[in-house]
Design a protein around this ligand. Structure first.
Ligand code: SF4
Length: 208
């Protein structure tokens, strides 16, 4: 699959919020102004990245994987893509340690939504696919998925990216591809609260 056909991993999260919003944003490409929450989120991400850059040294993922067998390392905003699963995106933070790889996605608030879990699982899947392609000898460390509250930087949910997690996210990604290919419809949410909090409600023909 060519890079321009890869789907942003953020769509997986949005699918859980409302399938029709993915249709409007990704297929119809509707233009909307960013919400206050989006602007705040962007600023916080930029600040964390600037702080990270003060101490960061350039390194490849392969080097980080090898070095982290002995000492802990950290990356921010690592771009990953998977032609196998047709998705791409930037991972907020990865903690490489001798025991595991912790994949972290920052979220506003402390509520745990399945859509956020799906998003971080999609990052785990893509990271796993990428490091498998590097064919690093004897690399068997597990991947752990985590959600972190954006403003306090506290981990609010953590779980191993095991076989069950992998199967469930692959199903979800395949379902999304089926929708994008027009085989399955994008259904609008029937939750009015979601519609009232939706950033694209002004351009949505299903909003009432
Ligand atoms: S307004 Fe409602 S139905 Fe329309 S995209 Fe937003 S959440 Fe979905």
């Amino acid at each position: 699959m060519a890079i321009q056909e890869l789907i942003p991993i953020s769509c997986i999260q949005q699918l859980g919020f409302c399938e029709y919003s993915v249709f409007l944003k990704y297929i119809q490409v509707v233009e909307t102004e960013p919400t206050e929450q989006m602007k705040i989120g962007k600023k916080v991400h930029e600040k964390l990245y600037e702080e990270f850059l003060v101490k960061a040294k350039p390194s490849t993922v392969k080097q980080m994987i090898k070095k982290s067998r002995k000492s802990k390392m950290l990356s921010r905003e690592l771009y990953v893509k998977s032609a196998n699963f047709g998705i791409h995106g930037s991972i907020d933070e990865i903690r490489f340690s001798p025991n595991n790889f912790l994949i972290i996605d920052d979220k506003p608030g402390t509520r745990i939504f399945q859509s956020n879990i799906n998003q971080v699982y999609a990052y785990c899947l893509t990271f796993n696919d990428y490091i498998s392609s590097l064919k690093i000898k004897d690399e068997i460390r597990p991947i752990i998925a985590a959600l972190r509250e954006r403003d306090t930087q506290k981990i609010i949910w953590k779980s191993p990216f095991n076989e069950d997690a992998q199967k469930s996210i692959v199903n979800e990604i395949n379902r999304m591809h089926s929708m994008i290919e027009g085989k399955v419809p994008f259904l609008p949410t029937n939750n009015q609260n979601k519609c009232h909090n939706c950033s694209i409600r002004d351009v949505c023909d299903k909003f009432s």
